[in-house]
Design a binder for this molecule. Structure first.
Ligand SMILES: Nc1ncnc2c1ncn2[C@@H]1O[C@H](COP(=O)(O)OS(=O)(=O)O)[C@@H](OP(=O)(O)O)[C@H]1O
Ligand SMILES: [Mg+2]
Ligand SMILES: [Mg+2]
Ligand SMILES: [Mg+2]
Length: 354
């Protein structure tokens, strides 16, 4: 992958290169699994959400690559998956499958000469059990965001962020099923029908996209729409993840004409950051507690593309509180022109709902 001069001069340049390498390798494992996914590859977690061999495999590869590429740095990672279910007696076949997937991906890539045992795999997964917090550096990983989309054959993202002294300073989003070409041509790029978008951003250095398979990175920016009537908005694909009566009443208040664009995962943040749409409304049902890994990488890609990411009260997101995001109700991402109007509509809609 090519390095831009500004990336070389970037204070987080080494971390960015390692993060990109890690996400690209994990994406290869995920693509292979998605092509031939079987029911036996999917398990249900204690919270009744799905997890697949690829979620675990992706987490193993990313933890491994980050440690290999940044050997002198202390390692802390806040990641979604843990090894508890894989340590049960009836999970040994799945654990073997994950171990062989990881080892085959490493062999095919050719960068590392190593072979992992089942114990190594479990230990690498548990490398993601950090509590994060306001001091030091912590990687934040969602090994597959949008697992339901992944199983359906739709959008998903491998989302890796870096927290430094409580701030998100780096984000990488691998979106294997997201076309590289911006659907509304806002950025003027034309890359044919290539599929697989790789977004990355570091603090103060802007946001970029390149082909997941590798291409010249292009700087991206949010759309500059000022009239909400011209805006389109993204929301979750899964109805159970989004309060659709509220999002449609917000859209109505804003005079949004276009129907909601429903997409799985943080691919929404990437698509928004390059101007495919103008607003992302993430308004979960009451009582849902938002996690840091569902938003860290996506939010810096948007802010570095010139956008804003706020909670429903208009506060910035605080990623320094541990594994969960301390935020008021929903998350709103849009450009600086639309944010005041969108926040007003969100607050009115929430008030009317009570
Ligand atoms: N009930 C509920 N409400 C809101 N959000 C939830 C809920 N359940 C899960 N999740 C989290 O949503 C992550 C998927 O992102 P999205 O909701 O944006 O995408 S989609 O639902 O797949 O369309 C998804 O991430 P993954 O588990 O990594 O797939 C979840 O962390
Ligand atoms: Mg997620
Ligand atoms: Mg996930
Ligand atoms: Mg999950």
């Amino acid at each position: 992958m090519s390095q831009l001069p500004e990336v070389a001069a970037n204070p987080y340049g080494a971390e960015l290169a390692a993060a990109k390498k890690a996400v690209a390798l994990a994406a290869r494992l995920c693509q292979r699994v998605q092509r031939g996914i079987l029911q036996s590859d999917v398990q249900s977690k204690a919270d009744r959400t799905p997890v697949t061999v690829a979620d675990y495999g992706s987490q193993v590869l990313i933890s491994l690559v980050l440690k290999k590429e940044l050997p002198s740095q202390s390692f802390s990672m806040v990641a979604e998956e843990d090894s508890k279910d894989l340590r049960k007696d009836d999970a040994q076949e799945i654990l073997e499958h994950i171990t062989s997937l990881v080892n085959e991906t490493i062999v095919n890539d050719g960068s590392y000469n190593m072979s992992l045992s089942k114990e190594d795999v479990l230990a690498a997964i548990d490398g993601g059990n950090s509590e994060g917090g306001p001091s030091g550096r912590h990687w934040i990983l969602d090994p597959i965001d949008g697992t339901k989309g992944f199983i359906r054959g739709d959008q998903y993202a491998i989302a890796l962020g870096l927290l430094d002294e409580g701030r998100v300073v780096l984000g990488v989003l691998g979106c294997p099923n997201l076309p590289l070409k911006s659907t509304n041509m806002h950025n003027g790029s034309s890359s044919g029908d290539q599929v697989g978008s790789f977004f990355f951003a570091t603090i103060g250095c802007g946001a970029r996209v390149e082909a997941l398979e590798g291409s010249e990175p292009q700087k991206i920016s949010m759309c500059s729409i000022k009239n909400p009537a011209d805006a389109s908005f993204f929301e979750s694909f899964e109805a159970s993840h989004s309060k659709r009566d509220l999002t449609s009443s917000i859209a109505e208040k804003l005079g949004v004409q276009a129907p909601a664009v429903r997409m799985d995962s943080q691919a929404k943040y990437g698509a928004l950051a390059r101007g495919d749409g103008a607003i992302y409304l993430r308004i979960p049902h009451k009582g849902y507690i938002e996690t840091v890994w569902d938003n860290a990488a996506g939010s810096i890609v948007v802010t570095e593309a010139g956008g804003m990411v706020k909670d429903a009260s208009g506060n910035d997101l605080d990623f320094s509180k541990g594994r969960y995001l301390d935020r008021d109700r929903g998350i709103i991402a849009t450009n600086k022109y639309l944010m005041p109007m969108v926040l007003k509509a969100v607050q009115e809609a929430i008030k009317e709902e009570q």
